[in-house]
Write a protein that binds this ligand. Structure first.
Ligand SMILES: [Zn+2]
Length: 161
């Protein structure tokens, strides 16, 4: 399955139906790929040209099928949780800070998705540094086979919203 934006849209529809059916969609919600990023897996924002539309932006690296689908879904759940909590959505704001102590983990847990949360965390810890090294390797290799050390910032996921 080619991971184009139609695929993303379907994933959004399915994830909303399966896991967020209690959350009313009060506005247009779009989902797009952004640039490839080392740190930010996804984000939700209001469309600067139309503040009544929410836009979920997913890391461009997710187009690569070597990234397991559950990692993409877990990222989407994170962004839909922000939507449900009223961050960059028309819904009432649930707390002051979008990542207030343990609020994300609790939300996954309450939706029966704690295992997904844990699996994503584990997969990222084991694999994300290698993904970043691969994606951001210099194009010109002076000596093939010599691994370049690419600095991976820590924590390397979910900086910002
Ligand atoms: Zn977040």
């Amino acid at each position: 399955m080619i991971r184009d934006e139609a695929w993303l849209q379907q994933l959004l529809d399915d994830t909303w139906d399966e896991h967020f059916s209690d959350v009313l969609q009060e506005n247009d919600v779009r989902i797009v790929y952004g640039r490839r990023a080392k740190r930010r897996l996804g984000s939700i924002s209001l469309d600067p040209n139309d503040r009544s539309t929410s836009i979920i932006t997913m890391n461009g690296i997710f187009k690569d099928e070597r990234i397991p689908e559950f990692v993409v879904v877990a990222t989407l759940v994170h962004e839909l949780t922000h939507y449900a909590h009223g961050f960059n959505s028309p819904l009432a704001q649930a707390q002051t800070h979008p990542h207030a102590g343990g609020v994300m983990r609790r939300e996954y847990d309450e939706r029966g998705l704690l295992q997904l949360y844990l699996d994503q965390k584990k997969w990222l810890k084991l694999n994300w540094p290698e993904v970043v090294a691969r994606e951001f390797a210099p194009r010109r290799r002076t000596s093939p086979g010599v691994a370049r050390i690419v600095k991976v910032p820590k924590p390397f996921w979910y900086i910002g919203s």
